[in-house]
Design a protein around this ligand. Structure first.
Ligand code: FES
Length: 204
């Protein structure tokens, strides 16, 4: 594999082909229990630094790790009844990334609407069978999740990919087709010893 292909396949930041593809999927972020002792956790997901938290009302948030004011680290913040308060000057954010309180500004200028212009990056996050799952892109429904005897058995993801428009998917499809043409896939199946397994053509 040449360097460029390697880079394309492994880089997952926002704006990269694989990053675009992976942002169509839900990803495990942390165990719910990890928030029991301390309800805020720093996470790095698909190259993005985020703060995962559970507020006192039980709502989960997955927002930019850095405050919009002076970029203080929000994982040093304080969870409240609703949202997460920055530990530096006290701005409070909800799970949608909106700034809902600015203690100084709200006191010095009652009725000020300056906080309405502030919005942090925020992603969907849901707790399912002991795991928090985050979605960093489009919003397919977290559907078909199955709990059997209280245990997590899997998540089926419903993903609508616009045909011919997803660069990451097209690239991956090309790589898979090439691997099939070269006999790589057939050899890999042969090695497993599986009988009667064939590879169906990729749906267009
Ligand atoms: S740095 Fe967060 S409120 Fe000032």
């Amino acid at each position: 594999m040449d360097e460029g292909t390697n880079r394309t396949l492994t880089q997952t930041g926002a704006g990269t082909p694989m990053g675009g593809l992976l942002r169509r999927y839900w990803h495990p972020v942390a165990a719910v229990a990890e928030l029991d002792d301390h309800p805020v956790k720093a996470v790095r997901l698909l190259g993005e630094d985020l703060a995962l938290y559970r507020d006192r009302a039980g709502t989960y948030g997955l927002i930019d790790r850095h405050c919009a004011h002076r970029r203080a680290d929000l994982t040093c913040g304080i969870v409240e009844g609703e949202g997460l308060r920055c530990g530096y000057h006290g701005w409070r954010y909800d799970h949608t990334g909106r700034c809902v309180e600015q203690p100084y500004e709200d006191t010095a200028e009652p009725g000020s609407r300056s906080k309405e212009r502030i919005l942090l990056k925020a992603y969907k996050v849901e707790a399912l069978a002991g795991l928090t799952q985050g979605l960093l892109g489009l919003a397919p429904k977290l559907a078909g999740s199955r709990l059997v005897d209280g245990r997590f058995m899997g998540v089926q993801q419903s993903i609508a990919v616009p045909k011919g428009k997803d660069a990451g998917l097209l690239f991956l499809r090309g790589v898979v087709e090439e691997a099939k043409r070269s006999g790589l896939v057939a050899r890999a199946i042969e090695r497993t010893g599986a009988k009667g397994v064939s590879v169906a053509p990729l749906a267009r």
